[in-house]
Design a protein around this ligand. Structure first.
Ligand SMILES: CC(C)(COP(=O)(O)OP(=O)(O)OC[C@H]1O[C@@H](n2cnc3c(N)ncnc32)[C@H](O)[C@@H]1OP(=O)(O)O)[C@@H](O)C(=O)NCCC(=O)NCCS
Length: 118
Protein backbone atom coordinates (compact mmCIF):
# COMPACT_ATOMS: atom_id res chain seq x y z
CA UNK A 1 0.00 0.00 0.00
CA UNK A 2 1.35 3.38 -0.90
CA UNK A 3 1.59 5.61 2.11
CA UNK A 4 2.53 9.23 2.47
CA UNK A 5 3.54 11.09 5.61
CA UNK A 6 0.92 13.63 4.56
CA UNK A 7 -1.74 10.97 5.17
CA UNK A 8 -0.63 10.75 8.77
CA UNK A 9 -0.63 14.52 9.09
CA UNK A 10 -4.25 14.60 7.97
CA UNK A 11 -5.20 11.72 10.23
CA UNK A 12 -3.39 13.31 13.11
CA UNK A 13 -5.31 16.52 12.77
CA UNK A 14 -8.60 14.69 12.71
CA UNK A 15 -7.95 12.02 15.30
CA UNK A 16 -6.39 14.21 17.94
CA UNK A 17 -9.14 16.75 17.58
CA UNK A 18 -11.68 13.98 18.16
CA UNK A 19 -9.65 12.53 20.99
CA UNK A 20 -9.59 15.75 22.95
CA UNK A 21 -13.36 15.93 22.74
CA UNK A 22 -13.87 12.48 24.21
CA UNK A 23 -14.02 11.93 27.97
CA UNK A 24 -10.87 9.81 27.99
CA UNK A 25 -8.00 10.34 30.45
CA UNK A 26 -5.41 9.80 27.74
CA UNK A 27 -4.55 10.53 24.14
CA UNK A 28 -2.28 8.73 21.77
CA UNK A 29 -1.73 9.25 18.08
CA UNK A 30 0.55 9.60 15.11
CA UNK A 31 2.49 12.64 13.99
CA UNK A 32 5.18 13.27 11.42
CA UNK A 33 8.51 14.34 12.89
CA UNK A 34 11.78 15.41 11.34
CA UNK A 35 14.77 13.64 12.89
CA UNK A 36 18.18 14.55 11.51
CA UNK A 37 16.61 15.65 8.18
CA UNK A 38 14.54 12.46 7.90
CA UNK A 39 10.74 12.55 7.99
CA UNK A 40 9.48 9.78 10.26
CA UNK A 41 6.14 8.73 11.72
CA UNK A 42 6.05 9.04 15.48
CA UNK A 43 3.60 7.67 18.01
CA UNK A 44 3.05 9.90 21.01
CA UNK A 45 1.14 9.24 24.24
CA UNK A 46 -0.08 11.25 27.18
CA UNK A 47 -2.11 10.24 30.23
CA UNK A 48 -3.64 12.57 32.79
CA UNK A 49 -1.59 12.43 35.98
CA UNK A 50 -4.63 11.19 37.92
CA UNK A 51 -4.96 8.15 35.64
CA UNK A 52 -1.36 6.98 35.31
CA UNK A 53 0.08 3.53 36.15
CA UNK A 54 -3.09 1.72 35.13
CA UNK A 55 -1.78 0.52 31.79
CA UNK A 56 -3.65 3.10 29.70
CA UNK A 57 -0.57 4.36 27.85
CA UNK A 58 0.59 0.86 26.96
CA UNK A 59 -2.87 -0.20 25.79
CA UNK A 60 -3.34 2.93 23.69
CA UNK A 61 0.19 2.75 22.26
CA UNK A 62 -0.32 -0.88 21.23
CA UNK A 63 -3.52 0.04 19.42
CA UNK A 64 -1.87 2.97 17.64
CA UNK A 65 1.11 0.78 16.63
CA UNK A 66 -1.34 -1.65 14.99
CA UNK A 67 -3.19 1.25 13.36
CA UNK A 68 0.13 2.48 11.93
CA UNK A 69 0.87 -1.02 10.61
CA UNK A 70 -2.52 -1.17 8.92
CA UNK A 71 -1.87 2.23 7.35
CA UNK A 72 1.32 0.86 5.81
CA UNK A 73 3.81 2.71 7.97
CA UNK A 74 7.12 0.85 7.53
CA UNK A 75 8.96 2.32 10.46
CA UNK A 76 7.44 3.74 13.63
CA UNK A 77 9.37 5.78 16.16
CA UNK A 78 8.93 7.39 19.56
CA UNK A 79 11.02 10.40 20.56
CA UNK A 80 11.63 10.35 24.30
CA UNK A 81 13.70 12.43 26.71
CA UNK A 82 16.40 10.41 28.51
CA UNK A 83 14.84 11.13 31.92
CA UNK A 84 11.34 9.98 30.88
CA UNK A 85 11.60 6.44 32.18
CA UNK A 86 7.85 5.79 32.12
CA UNK A 87 7.61 6.66 28.42
CA UNK A 88 10.67 4.54 27.60
CA UNK A 89 8.96 1.65 29.37
CA UNK A 90 5.81 2.15 27.27
CA UNK A 91 7.92 2.15 24.09
CA UNK A 92 9.73 -1.04 25.11
CA UNK A 93 6.49 -2.78 26.05
CA UNK A 94 5.03 -2.19 22.58
CA UNK A 95 8.15 -3.54 20.88
CA UNK A 96 10.17 -0.44 20.10
CA UNK A 97 13.90 -0.58 20.77
CA UNK A 98 16.48 2.15 21.29
CA UNK A 99 17.93 3.11 17.92
CA UNK A 100 19.95 6.28 18.54
CA UNK A 101 20.33 9.43 20.57
CA UNK A 102 19.83 12.79 18.88
CA UNK A 103 19.57 16.46 19.76
CA UNK A 104 16.02 17.68 19.24
CA UNK A 105 14.02 20.68 20.40
CA UNK A 106 16.82 22.01 22.56
CA UNK A 107 17.95 18.85 24.28
CA UNK A 108 18.95 15.20 24.05
CA UNK A 109 16.32 12.77 22.86
CA UNK A 110 16.24 9.01 22.50
CA UNK A 111 14.82 7.55 19.32
CA UNK A 112 13.01 4.28 19.93
CA UNK A 113 11.74 2.52 16.83
CA UNK A 114 10.53 -0.64 15.15
CA UNK A 115 10.02 -1.91 11.62
CA UNK A 116 6.33 -2.65 11.15
CA UNK A 117 6.64 -4.22 7.72
CA UNK A 118 7.80 -7.61 9.03
C1 LIG B 1 4.52 8.31 29.98
C2 LIG B 1 3.05 8.13 30.35
C3 LIG B 1 2.22 8.28 29.09
C4 LIG B 1 2.87 6.71 30.93
O1 LIG B 1 1.46 6.52 31.14
P1 LIG B 1 0.88 5.36 32.07
O2 LIG B 1 -0.55 5.18 31.72
O3 LIG B 1 1.22 5.63 33.50
O4 LIG B 1 1.72 4.10 31.57
P2 LIG B 1 1.37 2.57 31.86
O5 LIG B 1 0.44 2.47 33.04
O6 LIG B 1 0.94 1.96 30.58
O7 LIG B 1 2.77 2.04 32.36
C5 LIG B 1 3.79 1.73 31.45
C6 LIG B 1 5.02 1.22 32.20
O8 LIG B 1 5.74 2.36 32.72
C7 LIG B 1 6.00 2.15 34.09
N1 LIG B 1 6.01 3.43 34.75
C8 LIG B 1 4.96 4.24 34.93
N2 LIG B 1 5.37 5.35 35.57
C9 LIG B 1 6.70 5.19 35.82
C10 LIG B 1 7.70 6.00 36.43
N3 LIG B 1 7.40 7.21 36.93
N4 LIG B 1 8.97 5.53 36.48
C11 LIG B 1 9.28 4.33 35.97
N5 LIG B 1 8.39 3.52 35.34
C12 LIG B 1 7.11 3.97 35.28
C13 LIG B 1 4.87 1.26 34.56
O9 LIG B 1 5.24 0.58 35.77
C14 LIG B 1 4.72 0.33 33.39
O10 LIG B 1 5.70 -0.67 33.34
P3 LIG B 1 5.43 -2.16 33.93
O11 LIG B 1 4.19 -2.65 33.24
O12 LIG B 1 6.66 -2.90 33.56
O13 LIG B 1 5.23 -2.02 35.39
C15 LIG B 1 2.61 9.17 31.41
O14 LIG B 1 3.52 9.14 32.49
C16 LIG B 1 2.50 10.58 30.87
O15 LIG B 1 1.48 10.96 30.31
N6 LIG B 1 3.56 11.38 31.05
C17 LIG B 1 3.53 12.78 30.59
C18 LIG B 1 3.52 12.86 29.08
C19 LIG B 1 4.71 12.16 28.46
O16 LIG B 1 5.79 12.14 29.02
N7 LIG B 1 4.45 11.56 27.29
C20 LIG B 1 5.48 10.88 26.54
C21 LIG B 1 6.33 11.84 25.79
S1 LIG B 1 7.61 10.95 24.93
Amino acid sequence: MSFSVHDVARLHTGSLHSCYQMPLPYNCGLTVQTVEDERLVESGWHVLSSARSRGYATEAAEAVREFARELGVDHLIAIIRPNNVASQRVATKIGLTLEREVHKNGGPALIFGADLSQ
